[in-house]
Design a protein around this ligand. Structure first.
Ligand code: AMP
Ligand code: MG
Length: 346
């Protein structure tokens, strides 16, 4: 992840899980437990439904453990993580990595192709130049132009058989901040199910994956944050065995001379992407939802929604730069709007 572990801003949760019950249901003997811990620079909240308290707690512990394990592979804040080793070897050699790290980087390249390069996992040098997560600064146009060759995906090489990643140019840096949390949510759910959980939710800030149903038979309800009203929910949606991820220009940003500079960068200009305030993507897998929310944010509302309509099993809720809400065709009967300050574009 590109996030600095100490910089998690709890108030910035893009989405909130609304219907996690507290305790067992009288109609069944199932138990529901919810816990939260800090990992990957953010608040990770896990809810599990299980047959016994012991089994449910074990499933939650396994879920957190999996997130921690993946952080050791993917975090670029951990100097000896696999991705840090790949970045350190840029311009010199290929580095052998685990199947998980390779999978995340290869999926990132796939999403780059689908989004015409809008999603760019080699964005690291530009992320560093803005340094929005730590000490934000405004890089000059010349500085950004000089970084352009380093964010060129044609210089990222993966070898499936050798299980290696090679960054061809010195100074290149992979940053999976736009996709890694969605993947971690997926993998956390896998181990929770193996540990006996019957249903649950894993939420890494705005990257959420749900499985199964609550003990009373209801699906998990998720609230999407209003991009301009602190603490307000824009819309609600029920999810079953689905993931939702939100990318927003309010998550990490600074303002200078009335301009908002945020953390999602357009690879063509290396400037913050304009056109959206927030993009929430719903998909079966968190890795898709997370990769696509960032890519669609950069593509902008029109081209982004066009892409969503072409993809089976993918839906989106976009708030454009004027604050208008756009819903993909498969969501019109599923979303409950909770804010009257937004117009709804059909
Ligand atoms: P998300 O909140 O999922 O949109 O992820 C945002 C994070 O993705 C940023 O903090 C960067 O680490 C990274 N990022 C920024 N711009 C891009 C981009 N165009 N493509 C891929 N990752 C990006
Ligand atoms: Mg993302």
């Amino acid at each position: 992840m590109s996030l600095k572990p100490t910089l998690a801003i709890l108030a910035c949760l893009s989405v909130a899980v609304l219907s996690c019950v507290k305790g067992g249901s009288p109609s069944t003997s199932l138990v529901t437990v919810k816990r939260a811990q800090m990992h990957m620079g953010t608040l990770v909240s896990i809810t599990a439904v299980g047959r016994t308290e012991v089994e449910t707690n074990a499933a939650i512990a396994a879920g957190f453990q999996e997130v921690k394990r993946l952080e050791q592979l993917l975090s670029t804040w951990i100097p000896n993580s696999e991705l840090s080793r790949v970045n350190t070897a840029a311009g010199r050699s290929a580095v052998q990595v685990s199947p998980e790290t390779l999978a995340v980087v290869r999926k990132s390249l796939e999403i780059a192709e689908m989004t015409e390069g809008a999603f760019n996992v080699a964005i690291g040098p530009a992320v560093d130049a803005w340094n929005i997560s730590a000490e934000p600064r405004l890089p000059t146009t010349e500085e950004l132009a000089a970084l352009k060759p380093l964010v060129d995906l044609q210089y990222v090489h993966t070898d499936l058989w050798e299980r290696t990643i090679h960054l061809e140019k010195q100074g290149m840096r992979i940053d999976v901040g736009g996709i890694g949390k969605g993947y971690a949510a997926d993998q956390s759910v896998v181990v929770m199910k193996e540990a006996g959980a019957l249903a649950g939710v894993v939420a890494l800030s705005g990257d959420i994956k749900t499985f199964g149903l609550l003990p009373d038979g209801a699906s998990f309800s998720v609230g999407i944050r209003h991009p301009r009203k602190e603490g307000a929910i824009l819309a609600e949606i029920k999810l079953q065995d689905e993931a939702i991820s939100t990318a927003g220009d309010y998550e990490r940003f600074f303002e200078k001379d009335g301009v908002r500079y945020h953390h999602i960068l357009d690879p063509r200009t290396l400037q913050p992407a304009r056109g959206c305030q927030s993009v929430s993507v719903i998909a079966k897998e968190g890795i898709w939802a997370d990769g696509l929310d960032t890519g669609i944010f950069v593509l902008g509302p029109e081209r982004g929604m066009e892409l969503v309509e072409q993809l089976e099993g993918v839906e989106a809720i976009i708030v454009d730069d004027a604050g208008r809400l756009l819903l993909s065709s498969g969501l019109r009967d599923r979303v409950v709007l909770t804010s009257d300050n937004l117009s709804w574009e059909q």
